[in-house]
Design a protein around this ligand. Sequence first.
Ligand SMILES: C[S@@+](CC[C@H](N)C(=O)[O-])C[C@H]1O[C@@H](n2cnc3c(N)ncnc32)[C@H](O)[C@@H]1O
Length: 211
Amino acid sequence: MNPTVDIIYKYFPKLTPAQKEQFAKLEEVYPFWNDQINVVSRKDIESLYLKHVLHSLGIAKFVTELTPGTRILDVGTGGGFPGIPLAILFPHVHFHLVDSIGKKIKVVREVAEAIGLKNVDADHIRAEQLDYKYDFVVSRAVTRLADFAPWIRNKFEKKDKNAIPNGILYLKGGDLKEEIKESKLKAELHSLSSYFEDEFFDTKYVVYVPM
Ligand SMILES: C[S@@+](CC[C@H](N)C(=O)[O-])C[C@H]1O[C@@H](n2cnc3c(N)ncnc32)[C@H](O)[C@@H]1O
């Protein structure tokens, strides 16, 4: 049986009633929009909370506190992962979700509106074309680090107001050691199994690259 929203409450026990309601609403909103515009595989939508929502929140187990006003870019957000779950968790942080496919951004906007998220902007644009600065860039399953880093290298604010220096937070699978070597980046691997006792993710690490 696939876990319900309770799995989110289990790992994030300090959620406010409003946040709990937003997480709970995803269970209706995503299947509705996914039937019209496919953003998540049919098989995976049944394990929405485990494979998408909790997985996205792995980033929040590594960066647990963010200063109000922090700006985060989600590159290749697809249907809103990891950006939407993170935006629920950090209502005082601004999230810019972008994707190169317009219909995916439609789903992101509909989901954000349906659950009342005020801290999300979503745009149909390639990451390389953006001309803004951010504190962090998050992403999940978009491309190899060596290709990804040049897209966003010039998009970081210089000042570090958060507990960890600005940088990339990437949920990424594949042969990461080889990828990190290829990218020549100074990257750290943080295992999701150190945050979550349930073993369920195809992608097992948050890759953190200070920038
Ligand atoms: C495999 S999907 C992952 C979607 C989402 N991050 C997730 O984990 O469910 C990769 C997404 O990256 C988007 N993408 C690829 N290259 C991009 C670029 N240069 N700028 C913005 N989005 C891009 C694609 O359109 C696609 O939606």
